[in-house]
Design a protein around this ligand. Structure first.
Ligand code: ADP
Ligand code: MG
Length: 321
């Protein structure tokens, strides 16, 4: 269905966001891209619907170079779900879901039926939800609408970029379960980006582990767990498995409100993100903002982490390598 051949994206400043990627995704496959922040997951995804143009190499969809498709047709035929779904605030839920079918000029009846069917599919009662505005929905419900909207015109391919990572753990789990059902019901080809190995193992038919713009390993969840090809992959699984016990951001952050100005300048991370994600950010930043359900609830600084490490050294608890 999709083939990447020696695909590279480099920026003018010399950054190679991805470097000579090679892989093929089969029709109906649930393909997960995973790796630390900045390894090139989003770039890989966005090159498929040409939100980012590759620098070199070849990407084919059903045997045809994506460059040879009409760009609008290409985008309409590829569903796209983002971490923080942006629904049109002045439109109803029904209208939001119907955007692409409307662009494709489906007739009214067909659109209405489709909206109803999709709301049922993502677990929301059509009578209750289709006339609501996005602001009347919780974060989890909005993400569901995002999924419904991406499926609306029945695309053969769906791209999902950390679609559940901004949600609280309970909504997240619920949406993962729904995704499993959906996957069995609709047989779509899905490329799904996450930095959460549990999510990858749960949902993926195959998992592609990336590091610094390159592929470290592609394999089934079983392969990745039982036959990691190198220490990066095993380390990545190990850290995310939480063995030895991984600290939680919530335990070490400084809770409390921060100034709007300061908030704007800080990198943000969900409170339930993996601690290793926070550490990655703190390599380059003195402090980061911690977000829960869309709101900043505090900060985590390099000092907080050093204090944590110092305590572990002296307290003898599980020290992570
Ligand atoms: P991920 O989604 O895995 O976190 P991205 O694909 O967003 O990573 O980014 C990959 C790399 O490309 C990062 O090092 C990022 O800083 C870099 N990058 C992304 N956009 C640009 C840009 N416009 N100019 C320069 N570098 C960029
Ligand atoms: Mg990304």
């Amino acid at each position: 269905m999709i083939t990447f051949k020696h695909v590279t994206k480099s920026y003018e400043d010399g950054t190679k966001a991805v470097d000579s990627l090679n892989f093929t995704i089969e029709k109906g496959e649930f393909f997960v891209l995973i790796g630390p922040s900045g390894c090139g997951k989003t770039t890989t995804l966005k090159m498929v619907n040409r939100l980012i143009e590759r620098t070199s190499g070849e990407i084919t969809l059903n045997g045809k170079d994506i460059q040879d498709y009409d760009i609008h047709e290409l985008r309409w035929d590829i569903g796209y779900v983002l971490q923080q779904i942006s629904l049109f605030p002045h439109m109803t839920i029904g209208e939001n879901i119907a955007v692409v079918p409307e662009l494709k000029k489906w007739d009214k009846n067909k659109v209405n039926k489709r909206v109803e069917e999709l709301l049922v599919m993502v677990g929301l009662d059509p009578d209750r939800y289709r006339h609501k505005k996005p602001s009347e929905l919780s974060g989890g419900e909005q993400q569901r609408i995002g999924v419904a909207r991406a499926l609306a015109a029945d695309p053969a391919l769906i791209l999902m970029d950390e679609p559940f990572s901004a949600l609280d753990p309970i909504s997240r789990e619920k949406l993962q379960e729904d995704m499993l059902h959906l996957k069995r019901a609709i047989h779509k080809t899905i490329i799904f980006v996450t930095h959460d190995i549990q999510e990858a193992l749960k949902l993926g038919d195959r998992i592609c582990v990336m590091k610094e713009g390159a592929i470290e390993q592609i394999g089934t969840p079983h392969d990745i767990l039982h036959a990691p090809v190198n220490s990066f992959v095993s380390g990545f699984i190990g850290v995310h498995r939480g063995l030895p016990k991984e600290p939680a951001i919530a335990e070490y952050m400084e809770r409390g409100p921060i100034l709007a100005e300061e908030a704007a300048s800080l990198n943000k991370i969900p409170v339930d993100a993996d601690f290793s994600e926070a550490l990655n950010l703190l390599l380059n930043h003195e402090s980061i903002a911690i977000v829960d359900a869309g709101a900043i609830i505090g900060t985590l600084s390099r000092k907080d982490v050093i204090r944590l490490l110092a305590n572990q050294q002296s307290g003898g608890g599980a020290v992570r390598g």
